[in-house]
Design a protein around this ligand. Structure first.
Ligand SMILES: *[C@@H]1O[C@H](CO)[C@@H](O)[C@H](O)[C@H]1NC(C)=O
Ligand SMILES: *[C@@H]1O[C@H](CO)[C@@H](O)[C@H](O)[C@H]1NC(C)=O
Ligand SMILES: *[C@@H]1O[C@H](CO)[C@@H](O)[C@H](O)[C@H]1NC(C)=O
Length: 467
């Protein structure tokens, strides 16, 4: 049985039905920069369409009104007779997101995602990008209020221990109300403490340097000890696993063993290794899983539950476990899950899947949390489009985490877009301390924002909301 927890969503002021109607803004009536009105391609609405996107500075600027600060679904009506193109959508002169306009010889509407309009006049600008497309209009419709979440907070492992249960329960208790701050790597976490004046609630660590192919080449790690120490301070830990391939490392200057988790640094073929259970390479995979099981067991014995994120970013294909597509990756996930859970009796793990595409999803029965890693330099937006894809991925039954970010999301925007990421974890080194991805001033702001929970604010979480 699954316990379903439904949180009351923010109740918006009720809208007149009219406000849910789509508003169309004709391109030919907008401000045109370097582009012109055309009428020769039939089927447009209004008095024409806009064409002539052939210079980088070409754009259409729509002025749109909103009576209040509100989220809208934006669509672009276009025609693409010259092949697959892109436009860049800029809201109120800041940022910009690239939107694909696939080839079409008919007028088509493409959903762009959500835009948060301010009360009063806003601008939505379509910038050239690849150019060579025709724009008929844009449409704006007040976003439908999302219903309450239906997340489950009972771990998928029916033998999950009380530590794991308490952790998932705690994550569920803050989901949609707060976001936990997180930082990858002990040294970077300490940098936050010293420079920002607050300590993240979550410490991100890596089982990378515990396996044989790396240890035999001189790697070593104390990340498990660091996790135990951080848990003693009342913190929450998460582990990923940059799993160096057990064999087949190229070990050259360009593709050193140190990069052995990358597809391009190894000959290891996950698909052929998984063909049958007698394959020598299959056995090597199991050996590595057994090796890290020893480390996870230390954590279990120390009463430390782990937000556990193996086989991360599989869909990116840049790691060997994703290199042969979704089927081998999902198969390996199930092997890892089964071996750690059923053979090694590891009951302290919160299983965290880290690809967004549904064709990669291993299924609800082995996943506690769904997540994504996103890096967008200097962009403190809410990553709402990805959040919404993850909501759809598990039909809103799983808690959603931003397991790796470069620039941290602005809490004000997270709340405005209802992007309920349960935590963020900034990657180590320059991402947190270099000043480019996150200014120190911005970090101080967000770490002091009441929406963002820090180590001091989560003390006693194991006892919270557990009967
Ligand atoms: C926006 O609304 C104001 C007030 O209703 C109106 O005066 C103005 O013309 C509108 N602007 C646009 C671009 O629709
Ligand atoms: C195991 O993987 C290595 C490295 O890719 C490869 O050279 C070897 O042929 C594989 N062994 C088997 C039995 O497939
Ligand atoms: C998704 O969740 C909703 C709300 O709980 C439910 O009504 C619906 O049947 C679910 N859809 C699927 C495909 O599971």
């Amino acid at each position: 049985m699954r316990a379903l927890i439904a949180f009351t969503a923010l109740v918006l002021t009720s809208h007149a039905a009219a406000q849910f109607e789509k508003r169309i803004y004709q391109a030919e009536q907008a401000e045109l920069k370097g582009v012109k009105v055309g009428t020769s391609v039939q089927g447009y609405t209004g008095h024409g369409y806009v064409e002539g996107f052939d210079e980088a500075s070409d754009s259409i600027i729509f002025s749109v009104n909103s009576t209040s600060t509100e989220l809208f679904d934006l669509e672009i009506v276009y025609n693409g007779p010259y092949g697959d193109k892109y436009t860049t959508v800029v809201l109120n002169g800041a940022g910009g997101s690239q939107v694909p306009l696939p080839a079409t010889t008919e007028w088509k509407s493409v959903p762009v995602g959500q835009v948060l309009l301010n009360a009063g006049i806003n601008t939505i600008e379509l910038e050239n990008n690849w150019g060579w497309y025709l724009v008929d209009a844009i449409g704006l419709q007040v976003s439908k209020q999302r219903g309450p979440h239906h997340i489950t907070t009972i771990p998928v492992n029916k033998n999950a221990n009380s530590d794991a249960k308490a952790l998932l329960e705690y994550l569920g208790s803050i989901y949609g109300r707060n976001i936990l701050s997180g930082q990858q790597d002990q040294a970077s976490l300490d940098w936050v403490t010293q420079n920002v004046g607050k300590t993240p609630a979550i410490l991100g660590l890596d089982l990378m340097d515990y396996t044989e192919s790396r240890k035999s080449r001189g790697a070593s790690s104390t990340d498990v000890d660091k996790a135990i120490a951080f848990a003693k301070r009342g913190g929450i830990v998460t582990f990923c696993w940059h799993w160096g391939s057990p064999v087949g490392l190229k070990d050259t200057n360009d593709q050193s063993w140190y990069r052995g988790f990358y597809t391009d640094a190894t000959d290891f073929d996950i698909e052929s290794a998984l063909v049958d259970t007698t394959n020598a390479n299959y056995t090597l995979l199991l050996k590595d899983i057994d090796t890290i099981a020893v480390q996870l067991k230390k954590l279990q014995d120390a009463s430390v539950p782990v937000i556990w994120r193996p086989l991360h970013e599989a869909e990116g294909k840049w790691f060997w476990w994703g290199a042969k597509g979704p089927e081998p990756a999902k198969k390996l996930w199930k092997i890892v899950y089964d071996r750690l859970t059923n053979l090694h009796g590891l009951n302290n793990l919160i299983w965290t899947w880290n690809s967004v595409d549904p064709t990669w999803y291993p299924g609800d029965e082995t996943v506690d949390v769904v997540s994504a890693d996103t890096y967008s330099l200097g962009d403190h937006g809410p990553i709402a489009a990805t959040y919404n894809r993850l909501l759809a991925l598990a039909n809103d039954t799983k808690i959603i985490a931003a397991t790796e970010v470069g620039s941290v999301m602005d809490p004000v925007q997270l709340q405005a877009y209802d992007a309920d990421w349960v935590y963020f974890c900034v990657w180590s080194g320059d991402f947190i301390s270099g000043g480019r991805w996150n200014s120190l001033e911005f970090l101080k702001e967000i770490y002091n924002d009441p929406y963002v929970l820090t180590l001091d604010e989560i003390q006693g979480w194991k006892g919270v909301n557990t009967q």
